[in-house]
Design a protein around this ligand. Structure first.
Ligand code: SAM
Length: 268
């Protein structure tokens, strides 16, 4: 082999290497660009997908995942407001804060005090707004409830006439009223409450029916709710009979709500 042939082979190899190297670089750029393009395409398609109603199944599945994995179905609460247990999910607490800051009710009636965590939460929102007070009712008198000048606790069955009279006596003429129903969850009881406390809510304010997920999305005690029906059944019956309220679905914007269909706004 001559020296001339050897250097010709070297050159051929070098050029071949350069061609493969440059092709590799260009290929990488093309692949990266197309991957980026397809990622963006997938992402935007997904956003559109998620807005479709068929995702209700996904929402309900997440609801159950949240509910059971946080132990909301047990005799305890894993949500705390300043160290006090609150039996609600944080999304619904946030929505309540938005409703209160928009509507600024003079009085918030809460049926179902439990340990006072939700009453204390409402109180702190009122403190921040420098407006409003809370009347919180429970059939049981739990000890060590948080005390605050804006909260009045009443002990009694909230549908008993004597309790209702005490509540009415605490509302001054002309005051605006919001109501949150979060106590007994059997449908007959909730319907009775809706009839009684719906009348106390003032126009433009809210009547919140809590835990409409019971026996519908979550089955904490399926036999019980099959027999007695839950808040959702009461809500539907109430809306058939009453034209003063409309369910405000915009309050369900975070998708996870225990009060599906239960954010009722009084329109007249
Ligand atoms: C789900 S807990 C309330 C939770 C509380 N609002 C919170 O978010 O932390 C329900 C409460 O309703 C009370 N309750 C049940 N039936 C009642 C009735 N007929 N009248 C008043 N309170 C009742 C129970 O004693 C219990 O404390």
């Amino acid at each position: 082999m001559t020296e001339m042939t050897l250097s010709k082979r070297k050159w051929t190899l070098l050029v071949a290497f350069l061609v493969v190297f440059i092709a590799g670089l260009m290929g990488g750029v093309i692949v990266r660009r197309s991957t980026l393009r397809s990622t963006v395409a997938v992402a935007s398609d997904t956003f559109a997908e998620y807005r479709k109603p068929k995702n209700q199944r996904l929402i309900d599945e997440f609801h159950r995942l949240y509910y059971y994995s946080t132990g909301t179905d047990k005799e305890a609460s894993s949500v705390f407001w300043l160290g006090i247990p609150v039996w609600k999910n944080p999304m619904d607490l946030w929505v309540m804060q938005e409703i209160i800051s928009e509507t600024k009710p003079d009085v918030i009636i809460e049926a179902g005090t439990y340990k006072g965590g939700s009453a204390f939460y409402l109180t702190k929102i009122c403190d921040l707004l420098d407006h409003g007070r809370i009347i919180s009712l429970d059939i049981n008198d739990f000890p060590d409830k948080p005390q605050h000048k804006r909260i009045t606790y009443l002990v009694g069955d909230d549908v008993a006439e004597s309790t209702v009279e005490k509540v009415k006596a605490l509302i001054r003429p002309g005051e605006t009223v919001m109501v949150d129903l979060d106590d007994g969850h059997e449908s007959a009881h909730v319907l009775q409450e809706l009839e009684i406390y719906g009348k106390l809510v003032t126009k433009g304010n809210y009547l919140i029916v809590e835990d409409t997920n019971l026996g519908t999305i979550v089955a904490t005690d399926p036999g019980h709710f099959r027999e007695h029906g839950g808040p959702q059944l009461a809500l539907q019956e109430f809306l058939k009979r009453n034209n003063d309220f409309v369910p405000d679905s915009s309050r369900e914007k975070f998708l996870l709500t225990f009060n599906r269909g239960g954010y009722l706004r009084k329109t007249r």
